[in-house]
Design a protein. Structure first.
Length: 361
C-alpha cells in the first residue's frame, strides 16, 4: 500500500481560506447586485469616456479639458440613444405585430401544422391554443417591471458616473499616498494601464466587428423585406456583446419572425443561412485577427464567466462577463502568487506579464 503524500497544514489552511473567501465574495456580489451592477456599468462607461477622450486628443486640436467634455457628451448621448432605440423599436415592433395580427394567426397555425407533419405528428396545436395557455397579464406586468428597472438603472448609472468623474481629480493624490515609492507606484500604474487596455481593446473589437455584422445583416434583411429591419439590426449589435448567447440570438431571432411575416419559407431560410454565414466569417476570420493578445482568454473560461456573472447579475452580468474576465486575468498576471490562475484563464498559457520574475508578490 502506497503512503499518501503529506500536505502541509499551512497549504490546507490557505486553500480553505481562499475557498471561503471566494464563496463569501460571490454571496456579497449576489446580495449587493442592485448596487454593484449600476456601479460596474458606470465604471465601464468611464473607461469608454477615457478612451474616446484620448482618441479626440490625438486626432483633433482640442485641449485635454475640452476633449474630456466632448467624450462625455458623446458617450452619454450614445447611452441614452441606445435606451431610446430599444424602447421605441420594441414599441414599434409590437405595434406592427398587433396591426397585422389577423394575418399572423393563420400563418402561425400553418407553420405549426407543417412542423407537426415534418416531425410525424398527427395533429398540431393552434396559435389560439398556445396563447390561451399563456398568462398574458403576468407577462405584461413583468415587462412593465423590466422597463421600470431599465429606467431606474440608467438613472443610477449616471449618478455613479458623475461621482466617478468627480473623483478622478484626486486619483493622483490617492495613488501617491498609497504607493509612496516611485517603483511601487509605477507598478500600480502599469497594472491599471493593462486592465484599461484590455477592457478598451475588448470594447473596440466588439464594436468594430458588431458594426460589420450589422451592416451586412441590415442589407440582407432589407433585401428580404423583413419588417423592423433597423430594430433587429440594433438588437444584433447589442447582443453581440454577450458571448455565445449573443450569436445565437442574432442568428435565429430574425429568421423566426420571418417565418410568421412571410407566407413562404424561403425568406426565413435565406435569413438563417445568410446570418449564420456572416456570423461565421466575422467570428472565425476577422474577429480573431483583431483581438490580438488583449483577449487571450480560454473559450471555456468565457463560457464559465458568462454562466457565473449571468447567475450573479443577470443580463448586465452577461454583458460584462468577458470584460470582467479580461480584467481578472490582467490583475492576476501581475503577482507571483496568483500568476498560475492567470495562466489557467489565458488561451495559450501566456498571460500579460512576459517575465514571471518581473511580477511582484
Amino acid at each position: 500500500m502506497k503512503t499518501a503524500i503529506p500536505v502541509p497544514a499551512s497549504a490546507v489552511a490557505r486553500n480553505a481560506l481562499v475557498l471561503l473567501a471566494a464563496v463569501a465574495a460571490g454571496a456579497a456580489l449576489y446580495w449587493l447586485r442592485d448596487i454593484l451592477t449600476p456601479l460596474a456599468l458606470a465604471i465601464f462607461l468611464m473607461i469608454m469616456i477615457d478612451g474616446v477622450k484620448r482618441t479626440i486628443e490625438q486626432r483633433t486640436a482640442l485641449s485635454s479639458h475640452w476633449a474630456g467634455v466632448a467624450a462625455l457628451v458623446v458617450v452619454i448621448l450614445g447611452f441614452f440613444a441606445s435606451i431610446a432605440i430599444i424602447v421605441n423599436g420594441a414599441a414599434g415592433f409590437f405595434t406592427d405585430a398587433t396591426g397585422v395580427s389577423s394575418g399572423i394567426g393563420p400563418r402561425l397555425d400553418q407553420v405549426l401544422e407543417d412542423g407537426a407533419h415534418l416531425l410525424g405528428l398527427r395533429s398540431a396545436p393552434t396559435a389560439h391554443d398556445l396563447i390561451a395557455g399563456l398568462d398574458i397579464r403576468s407577462y405584461v406586468t413583468m415587462l412593465a417591471v423590466q422597463v421600470q428597472g431599465i429606467a431606474s438603472g440608467a438613472f443610477f448609472v449616471l449618478v455613479y458616473l458623475g461621482f466617478l468623474l468627480a473623483s478622478q481629480a484626486g486619483f493622483r493624490a490617492k495613488l501617491v499616498a498609497m504607493f509612496p515609492g516611485s517603483e511601487a507606484r509605477s507598478e500600480a500604474v502599469a497594472v491599471f494601464q493593462r486592465v484599461r487596455s484590455g477592457v478598451e481593446g475588448y470594447l473596440w473589437v466588439q464594436s468594430v466587428t458588431g458594426v460589420m455584422i450589422c451592416a451586412a445583416a441590415w442589407l440582407l434583411m432589407r433585401a428580404v423585406g423583413l419588417q423592423n429591419a433597423e430594430f433587429w439590426t440594433f438588437v444584433i449589435f447589442i447582443v453581440g456583446f454577450i458571448p455565445v448567447l449573443g450569436g445565437a440570438i442574432a442568428g435565429l431571432a430574425p429568421p423566426i419572425f420571418a417565418l410568421v411575416q412571410f407566407p413562404a419559407y424561403w425568406p426565413a431560410l435565406i435569413l438563417l443561412v445568410g446570418l449564420q454565414a456572416i456570423l461565421f466569417v466575422v467570428g472565425n476570420m476577422i474577429q480573431p485577427r483583431m483581438q490580438g493578445d488583449n483577449q487571450n482568454i480560454d473559450p471555456v473560461v468565457v463560457l464559465l464567466s458568462l454562466a457565473l456573472w449571468g447567475q450573479l447579475w443577470g443580463v448586465v452580468g452577461m454583458f460584462l462577463s468577458t470584460p470582467l474576465a479580461v480584467m481578472a486575468m490582467a490583475i492576476l498576471a501581475e503577482f507571483k502568487g496568483s500568476r498560475w490562475m492567470a495562466i489557467l484563464l489565458s488561451g495559450d498559457g501566456q498571460p500579460y506579464v512576459d517575465d514571471p520574475d518581473d511580477a511582484e508578490e
